[in-house]
Write a protein that binds this ligand. Structure first.
Ligand code: UD1
Length: 416
């Protein structure tokens, strides 16, 4: 299905918007739910396309799911065990499908995982995931596009990650949670979503310490018990609406946030001149008369998130001077540049660095969302642009933003 978002730019946004539950926490918790006996209930899970695909994967491996009237999702693995193989057709739609690797190895000691798809933002290999599960004793073979892994004699071990990969940390943590003995992940990812996964596993009876630091210690347990759990708010979605306020010349309160998770984003938005203040129930963002040019380097948490890089680029396109953006996490995350140029932006890319020379005005144009966050950035550019912006491939945007059209409309934007 081809989907399109059309934005009539030039209206400052005002009002309140509520951040949904975090996509990246929700997806990994959905995978981890198969490790528990009984019915898990997840609250605050966003109703987005990626979550729908994850539900399809759960159903395809014999796990029952059901949206409840209160908006929560029930996930119930069968007592007799799950189907231990994810299909190519579903896995190619979603990078996070790889998270069944650790979850299945933990519970079933066996997994056959189709090499995953997802946003086309770089090569996204799985070497660190595989190195980690092998250190814990998994036997791994990669054949015909599938990872075959068995962990019959696995035991706790020390794993050093060459790079603090979010997915690798999560997969190793899930496997280790049900692998006998103590495992230690060194140079682990420190993202809030990692902490949420540890809290979730601990609520099910897991024994994990140190999540949120670069050393995570895990004592394997034999059994995990289902629980009810509320997912953290989405810091990237919140950040996107903060930029929406700043780029449109408006004033918005973003509700349902955890302020510390937003520090790296707030710091950079403030540097551009916007006024940001914690208020009861959220963060207020007020645009300034002029957008100041700034430099950004993306880094693992608590550095500036790569998932906010494109949105900040859109803002800096209207800066009063030149900004430099260095992308250190994914090698292919500047595809948005050509789309922003269609709207009148002036950007030069060399390797991992983009130099954004601010222009006075962006103009509405027909553009294409090349990935999820690029799509979000085009929405932001469209809000500030003169005239109509037509965003093709908007499906990418709906993968990660719950009710984006409605939320923006409530703030006064003209979106259809
Ligand atoms: C997760 C997020 C994604 C975010 C990213 C970085 C989910 C579902 N997605 O993706 O939104 O942009 O973290 O914050 O949570 N790498 C390797 N070998 C590996 C694994 C990763 O070289 O085995 C490299 C990747 O190519 C990339 C970098 O490490 O350059 C970061 O990847 P990683 O942290 O693993 O991101 P994801 O878990 O895929």
């Amino acid at each position: 299905m081809k989907e399109t978002l059309i934005i009539e730019g030039g209206t400052p946004l005002f009002g309140r918007v509520r951040a949904s539950g975090a996509k990246n926490a929700g997806l990994v918790l959905m995978a981890a739910s198969i490790m528990a006996d009984g019915e898990t209930i997840l609250d605050n899970l966003p109703r987005i396309r990626d979550v729908e695909v994850m539900i399809d994967i759960l159903n395809s491996i014999n796990v029952d799911t059901c949206w409840k009237d209160d908006g929560s999702l029930s996930i119930h693995p069968p007592a007799g065990g799950i189907n231990k193989q994810t299909s190519y057709e579903l896995a190619k739609q979603l990078r996070a499908s790889n998270l069944f690797l650790g979850a299945m190895l933990g519970r079933e000691k066996e997994a056959i995982i189709s090499l995953p798809g997802g946003c086309d933002i770089g090569s996204r290999p799985m070497d660190l995931h595989i190195k980690g599960i092998q250190a814990l004793g998994a036997e791994v073979a990669i054949e015909h596009g599938y990872i075959y892994a068995r962990a019959k004699n696995a035991s706790g071990a020390r794993v050093y990650l060459d790079f603090p990969s979010v997915g690798a940390t999560e997969n190793i943590m899930m496997m280790a949670a049900m692998t006998p003995g103590q495992s230690i992940i060194e140079n682990a990812a420190k993202e809030p979503e990692i902490v949420d996964l540890a809290n979730f596993l601990n609520s099910m009876g897991g024994r994990i310490r140190g999540a949120g630091t670069d050393i995570i210690k895990i004592e394997g347990v034999q059994q995990l018990k289902a629980c009810r759990y509320a997912i953290i708010p989405d810091r990237i979605e919140a950040g996107t609406y903060m930029v929406a306020a700043a780029i449109s010349g408006g004033e918005v309160i973003v509700e349902n946030i955890i302020p510390t998770h937003l520090h790296p984003i707030v710091a950079k938005i403030q540097e551009t001149g916007a006024y940001v203040r914690e208020v009861e129930g959220g963060l207020l963002v007020r645009a300034s008369d002029k957008i100041l040019p700034i430099d950004i380097k993306t880094l693992p948490y608590p550095g500036f998130p790569t998932d906010m890089q494109s949105q900040m680029m859109a803002l800096l396109c209207l800066g009063e001077g030149s900004s430099v953006i260095v992308e250190n996490v994914f090698e292919n995350r500047f595809q948005i540049v050509d789309e922003l140029k269609r709207m009148g932006a002036s950007i030069k890319v060399e390797g991992h660095t983009a130099v954004v020379k601010g222009v006075k005005t962006l103009y509405g144009a027909r553009v294409k969302a090349t990935d999820l966050r690029a799509g979000a950035a085009l929405v932001l550019a469209g809000l500030a642009a003169q005239g109509e912006t037509i965003i093709e491939n908007a499906t990418h945007i709906f993968r990660g933003y719950e009710n984006i059209r409605q939320k923006l409309t409530n703030l006064g934007a003209k979106v259809r």
